[in-house]
Design a protein around this ligand. Structure first.
Ligand code: UDP
Length: 237
């Protein structure tokens, strides 16, 4: 596999083309951003930890029948993935209230949400990822009704699989964000990454935060927390 040119540099990952037009390389960097990229810091080891974490979770999801873009890990910080045309609509599912939901609605952090809620946001840092809905996504051509229905069904399935996985590790999956793309055959496939950068995980007993809120809230021990989650899942990094 030959790495070619840089296609796109995101806030935490860089995407490279390869000699295979159907494959891309995701390189996980140590950059950690918050507040739509307003604050960026380098956190030692984070790229490696998130690359391995993402690989572990994506394999679990594949095993549960969820199509993901994962092909194989290439190095400590690089993974080979299927090329997708990404849909600019972020899917957020919440099992407990936190973050923007608490800020927006004034509800209590940690309040259980039954059934889990589903929200969609436009991926656009300059506009601070505004909340959108199915009607807007269809009218602006970001996705079709069928694609949006499939994205929601897959998000619900991911929640079922991962809530159980984290529960067994003594963790609450508070909420998470997924991004989807379309493959060469037109299938909706889970893309981007699943790591503690894009979800909230709390210790079930103490409610200690073990995710990117440690960075957003200046709590320290960010990568150590990610490694603790990995260790609890039985993942050796
Ligand atoms: N999230 C993300 N990227 C974003 C916005 C949110 O990965 O651009 C994740 C976030 O880590 C959390 C979930 O999506 O697990 C819900 O985030 P929320 O809407 O509460 O926004 P936040 O408080 O993180 O700004």
């Amino acid at each position: 596999m030959e790495k070619r040119t840089e296609l796109y540099r995101g806030k935490a990952k860089t995407v490279f083309t390869t000699d295979n037009p159907e494959r891309l390389i995701l390189q996980f960097r140590n950059d950690t951003s918050a507040f739509d990229g307003e604050r960026i810091e380098q956190l030692d080891r984070k790229g490696m930890v998130n690359n391995k974490f993402n690989n572990f979770i994506m394999q679990k999801l594949e095993a549960a029948g969820i199509p993901t873009q994962l092909d194989r890990v290439l190095s400590d910080t690089e993974t080979l993935v299927k090329r997708l045309t990404m849909i600019p609509v972020e899917c957020v599912m919440r099992n407990f209230a936190a973050g923007s939901l608490v800020r927006r609605l004034g509800v209590t952090e940690g309040q259980p949400l039954n059934p889990p809620t589903f929200e969609q946001f436009l991926k656009n840092d300059a506009l601070h990822d505004p909340m959108v809905n199915e009607s807007l996504a269809i009218s602006f051509g970001w996705a079709t009704a069928e694609q949006l229905a499939r994205m929601k069904a897959l998000t619900v399935q991911v929640n079922q699989v991962l809530s159980a996985l984290f529960d067994q590790a003594g963790l609450m999956l508070v909420d998470f964000k997924l991004e989807f793309g379309v493959d060469a055959e037109g299938n909706i496939v889970l893309g981007d990454e699943f790591s503690p950068d894009g979800c909230r995980l709390w210790d079930k007993e103490t409610k200690k935060k073990l995710d990117k809120d440690r960075f957003r809230q200046g709590l320290g021990g960010v990568v150590e927390a990610y490694e603790e989650v990995a260790a609890r899942l039985g993942l050796v990094i």
